[in-house]
Design a protein around this ligand. Structure first.
Ligand code: HEM
Length: 469
């Protein structure tokens, strides 16, 4: 409990929110942490791959997710302890440890480069989002179809709408159709994990984490069942998933061991984009002039089907600004580094054996960059090309060696979702009796996140969705 309370307090309470402060040290659960908030110092930390490392945090994450120390040892051994009868896959010519290889696989899967697989995964993602947004697909969801009123409107929750499309797309893109269909309500299963995962990752005491452990074990059970299916029935899984499975089997991991090791990936792939779309649509739908301007931008292209990705990426500056601002205001995470050798940062000697924490909120609230209204949401803040998004104080996807590999794919997912949703539908906020407006959802900023923050409690917006014919 101490580690969670103390470290989270550092990220959220403003202790760290002084951008000009030199690195300072706090002790959390017996471990020394240097908190670095000055944007130039943060950039220095990200650049240093010689005396600072992060592997220890990946190992910690895996242990927290229930992977046994023995499996973590197998996965961190260089060269990997391949079974004597395992065939050479050709996927690991440098004989990296499985954890090192998984990082390379992420990069091949998600980033441009010589062996890149980003084209196929982006197409599959966008195809799923397009299909899942169609009226007939929405109606396949019992809750949505039973909510239709005589004026042919679906009445639903914005959270549910974003989750239904984006979590289903992410799960199917990475694991193929089979995993999603293994339980009647995979979305609910994911939400159970997403809401409680912080307890697992921050090692909250077990007696207060029964919900989190149950959610984690439920998904590990499903993934175990999935990996036990004949491979031919899962050939629609992403290149990453298939390659990691081949390498994991070659070092003798069982289906259950693979399932618990990949849980964190399941969370990373699905946990952020739907909340990103949720907050963006909360702001867009709550502000009629903003909605109208963004609709005009998105619909400006004369295209019969839906706005092209080129149009969404290059011709929609206001939507782009809103998305940048959502990432600035609603991301709250912290990059971590382990200090392998004494290292000078910001003129201060940071001692070997301690850890470094770089909390993003301190950067994103920096009044020197964002002005005296840095805490407010301003839809047009990023409209001016003044270098704000390339500033050292803008780090929604982290930085350096751990910079989010999925950032380009994530932005395209979000653009496809919002672009197609506005193209196909009139989406309106519902009002209460006498036209009473709904309250704007509060943000859950008291619990740690690994990217985009959730809405507080059950805060949400009720929306109606009607086809534009
Ligand atoms: C709005 C959406 C997203 C946000 C805000 C986000 C944010 C982040 C952050 C903060 C990190 C850690 C950075 C650090 O420690 O320095 C990260 C890592 C990562 N993210 Fe994302 N992410 C998003 C979407 C995605 C998606 C959709 C995928 C995959 C399809 C993805 C894949 C990854 C991977 C693989 C890493 C680990 C990078 C590495 O260690 O090589 N992310 N992300």
């Amino acid at each position: 409990m101490a580690f969670f309370n103390d470290s989270h307090a550092v990220i959220q309470s403003g202790i760290a929110n002084s951008p000009n402060r030199a690195p300072f040290k706090v002790t959390l659960a017996g471990q020394g942490f240097y908190i670095v908030t000055n944007p130039q110092d943060v950039a220095q930390v990200y650049k240093n791959t010689v005396t600072l490392s992060f592997h220890v945090f990946i190992e910690d994450l895996m242990l927290s997710c229930g992977t046994s120390p023995e499996v973590v040892r197998k996965m961190t051994t260089t060269p990997p302890p391949y079974l004597p009868d395992s065939k050479e896959s050709g996927l690991n010519p440098q004989k990296k440890s499985l954890i090192g290889l998984a990082v390379d696989f992420h990069h091949i899967q998600l980033l441009p480069g010589p062996k890149s697989q980003v084209g196929p995964i982006t197409d599959t993602f966008l195809g799923y989002i397009h299909n899942l947004l169609q009226w007939t697909s929405l109606l396949r969801d019992d809750k949505m179809s039973s909510s239709i009123t005589s004026d042919n409107k679906i009445h639903t929750s914005l959270y549910q709408f974003c989750g239904k499309v984006l979590v289903e797309a992410g799960t199917k893109v990475y694991w193929g159709e089979k995993l999603w269909n293994m339980t009647p309500d995979m979305l609910q299963t994911f939400e159970g994990l997403d809401k409680t995962m912080w307890k697992i990752l921050f090692r909250y005491p077990e007696r207060f984490s029964k919900d989190a452990i149950q959610a984690r074990d439920g998904i590990v059970d499903l993934l175990t069942e999935y990996y036990a299916l004949p491979k031919e029935t899962r050939s629609d899984a992403a290149w990453f998933t298939q390659s990691l499975e081949a390498e994991s089997r070659a070092i003798g991991l069982t289906e259950r061991e693979m399932a618990s090791a990949i849980l964190i990936i399941y969370f990373v792939v699905n946990g952020n984009t739907y909340k990103f779309c949720f907050w963006a649509l909360c702001h867009i739908l709550s502000d009629p002039p903003l909605l109208s301007s963004i609709r005009s931008e998105v619909l400006a292209e004369s295209n019969e089907h839906e706005p092209s990705m080129y149009h969404l990426l290059n011709k929609c500056p206001l939507l782009d600004s809103v998305l940048c601002e959502v990432l600035r205001i609603y991301t709250s995470s912290a990059s971590m580094r382990f200090i392998d050798e004494d290292t000078v940062i910001g003129g201060k000697n940071l001692r070997k054996g301690n850890r470094i924490m770089l909390p993003y909120r301190a950067l994103h609230e920096n009044p020197e960059i964002y002005g005296s209204d840095s805490l407010d949401f301003k839809a047009g803040r990023f409209l001016k090309e003044n270098g704000m998004r390339r500033n050292n104080s803008y780090r929604p996807f982290g930085g350096g060696a751990t910079l989010c590999a999925g950032r380009f794919v994530a932005m395209k997912e979000v653009l496809r979702f919002i672009g197609t949703a506005l193209w196909l539908y009139d989406i309106e906020l519902e009002t209460g009796v006498g036209g009473v407006k709904q309250s704007f959802p509060r943000v859950e900023n008291k619990k740690p996140t690994f990217g985009v923050m959730a809405a507080f409690g059950d805060d949400d917006l009720r929306i109606s969705i009607k086809q534009i014919l």
